[in-house]
Design a protein around this ligand. Structure first.
Ligand SMILES: *[C@@H]1O[C@H](CO)[C@@H](O)[C@H](O)[C@H]1NC(C)=O
Ligand SMILES: *[C@@H]1O[C@H](CO)[C@@H](O)[C@H](O)[C@H]1NC(C)=O
Ligand SMILES: *[C@@H]1O[C@H](CO)[C@@H](O)[C@H](O)[C@H]1NC(C)=O
Ligand SMILES: *[C@@H]1O[C@H](CO)[C@@H](O)[C@H](O)[C@H]1NC(C)=O
Ligand SMILES: *[C@@H]1O[C@H](CO)[C@@H](O)[C@H](O)[C@H]1NC(C)=O
Ligand SMILES: *[C@@H]1O[C@H](CO)[C@@H](O)[C@H](O)[C@H]1NC(C)=O
Ligand SMILES: *[C@@H]1O[C@H](CO)[C@@H](O)[C@H](O)[C@H]1NC(C)=O
Ligand SMILES: *[C@@H]1O[C@H](CO)[C@@H](O)[C@H](O)[C@H]1NC(C)=O
Ligand SMILES: *[C@@H]1O[C@H](CO)[C@@H](O)[C@H](O)[C@H]1NC(C)=O
Ligand SMILES: *[C@@H]1O[C@H](CO)[C@@H](O)[C@H](O)[C@H]1NC(C)=O
Ligand SMILES: *[C@@H]1O[C@H](CO)[C@@H](O)[C@H](O)[C@H]1NC(C)=O
Length: 415
């Protein structure tokens, strides 16, 4: 059983990370990105998660509730730049409240699993303006404001907020899934699997809410939601190496699970129906738009912990050399009860779970109606349906024979 498992893994890992059409009977579909077991400690992994969960959780909590985490979750980390309550319809507000509380729970998990590093400084204003500027292929020196007449406000509307939430959500969904392979403690691995499945469920809700609004125009781009998100997805895909692991609100690429043109693509997967994984380095490379120092965009001072750079993870070389040799773990066959207490639990400082999770509901709750918040439906914009599933983006996909490392296989923008 173990031998067969390892043999299957070796076969999987031997497949090039480049994207190839899947032909029945010819082997495995390409493994997207994740391949190696790096020798990170579980603490390194959990501290890396603090960056991701603070970024996502603070964005969702601020936009949804108008305040951030309590100090037991930030551990003294600073208020994000540009944070405020988002202007949301009742429908989006109700879904985002569940999602934001889930994200607070994710931050709580990183604390209970041992991360005692404060949340890093995150920047929503500069971060999202650089993010969409890159998605629109603006050149260095140009800004959203200089090209479109106004900066992008991620909190301005359902459309702007959901596009921005989903931009980050799918970094968490793919990045967390990629981490399950790298942990040595099955309890931590099981927890991280819970983060990944939860984030994927959030992303599906956000995709559905965006799908319902797909024809609405996005300010200040004057393009539809579907077009803007296609740009975001394509940009993310260019920043993490040659494999195809990102999809828009529609997907007709036959190398994946494709649906007819203009049908919704709620659950991006490969042709096996598996959700995608990203390495920590791929996540960082996307979040900082390829800056090799690992700083800028959403993280003006960089990430906290030991995993802070978009380089240093040689997917193919270290994976083939070290993964089977260091012992495959079949963690899913062990219950957390069977595993028992964590060998070296780090539970400082103590957190009060229920209070953390419900803090947002204890404060002043905005229970006004849509009309008291000035919401009115806007007429749909003018969508371009001639090529709804694909958009031209800044950088062509690298050739499939490119390097395996994120540093050279991924794209760099601005730097
Ligand atoms: C693992 O750590 C050792 C020393 O701590 C280092 O020399 C080695 O390069 C690391 N391996 C990988 C794959 O990062
Ligand atoms: C979007 O526009 C297309 C094309 O006109 C139309 O078929 C679809 O029903 C519209 N969807 C929504 C949610 O407005
Ligand atoms: C937005 O786009 C539509 C269709 O392309 C166009 O008719 C309209 O003039 C544009 N509006 C602005 C403010 O650019
Ligand atoms: C990794 O993090 C731990 C604890 O935060 C620290 O003690 C250690 O020096 C770090 N290792 C490296 C290589 O930075
Ligand atoms: C955390 O809680 C445990 C059990 O109640 C207690 O022994 C420990 O001293 C607490 N640690 C801190 C830092 O308060
Ligand atoms: C935060 O943690 C402290 C102990 O470190 C505890 O006294 C306090 O109740 C906690 N606050 C919340 C809101 O959980
Ligand atoms: C929310 O509703 C409750 C009771 O319906 C009311 O007492 C409270 O003032 C409302 N809060 C806001 C912010 O409108
Ligand atoms: C809130 O969003 C609605 C609908 O998109 C919009 O009409 C309104 O101007 C926005 N209000 C503010 C204060 O941004
Ligand atoms: C719609 O998209 C097609 C193909 O990308 C492009 O050639 C055309 O100019 C676009 N039309 C408008 C009105 O933007
Ligand atoms: C649709 O987009 C693809 C990829 O960018 C391009 O090859 C194709 O020519 C486009 N089709 C139209 C009708 O513009
Ligand atoms: C992106 O911008 C560069 C110049 O800054 C240009 O060479 C390239 O063609 C652009 N790509 C697209 C798809 O417009």
């Amino acid at each position: 059983m173990q031998v067969a498992y390892v043999a299957a893994l070796v076969a999987l890992l031997t497949v090039s990370a480049s994207a190839q059409p899947f032909l029945p009977g010819t082997g495995f579909a390409p493994l997207a990105g994740i391949a190696a077991r790096m020798n990170y400690t579980d603490r390194d992994i959990v501290e890396f998660l603090t960056n991701v969960e603070c970024l996502e959780g603070l964005f969702d909590t601020w936009g949804t509730f108008g305040h951030g985490f309590n100090n037991n979750l930030t551990l003294g980390g600073p208020t994000p730049i540009g944070a405020r309550k988002a202007n949301l319809s009742d429908q989006v507000q109700s879904h985002m409240e569940e999602i934001a509380l889930n994200e607070q729970g994710h931050a709580l998990f990183t604390r209970q699993a041992g991360s005692s590093l404060p949340c890093p400084q995150v920047d929503f204003t500069g971060g999202f303006n650089q993010w969409y500027a890159a998605a629109y292929n603006l050149s260095k020196g140009q800004t959203i404001e200089s090209v479109f007449g106004a900066p992008f406000d991620p909190f301005a509307s359902d459309e702007n907020y959901l596009l921005s939430v989903l931009s980050l959500e799918e970094l968490g969904a793919t990045g967390n899934k990629g981490l399950t392979l790298l942990t040595s403690n099955p309890v931590i691995a099981d927890g991280i699997a819970g983060l990944a499945t939860s984030a994927t469920a959030h992303a599906t809700v956000e995709r559905m809410l965006l799908w319902e609004r797909r024809n609405n125009t996005v300010t200040p781009f004057n393009e539809t939601v579907q077009q803007v998100f296609a740009r975001v997805s394509a940009m993310r895909d260019t920043l993490d190496g040659p494999q195809l692991d990102d999809q828009g609100l529609v997907n007709t690429d036959p190398r994946t699970i494709a649906v007819p043109l203009y049908y919704p693509n709620m659950i991006p997967t490969d042709v096996r129906g598996l959700t995608f994984s990203r390495t920590p380095q791929q996540v960082i490379n996307i979040a900082v738009l390829g800056n090799p120092s690992g700083t800028g965009v959403f993280f003006p001072n960089g990430l906290v912990g030991n995993i802070t750079k978009p380089t240093g993870y040689d997917v193919l070389a270290s994976g083939l050399d070290s993964f089977p040799a260091s012992g495959a773990r079949v963690v899913s066959q062990e219950s957390t009860q069977a595993v028992g207490p964590l060998p070296n639990p780090v539970l400082l400082p103590n957190v009060t779970g229920e209070l953390d999770l419900t803090q947002s509901l204890a404060g002043p709750l905005d229970n006004g109606t849509a009309s008291t918040r000035g919401y009115s439906t806007v007429p749909p914009g003018v969508p371009n349906y001639t090529n709804g599933s694909q958009v031209a983006v800044a950088y062509p996909l690298p050739s499939s024979s490119g390097s395996s490392s994120v540093a050279s296989g991924g794209r760099r923008l601005f730097f």
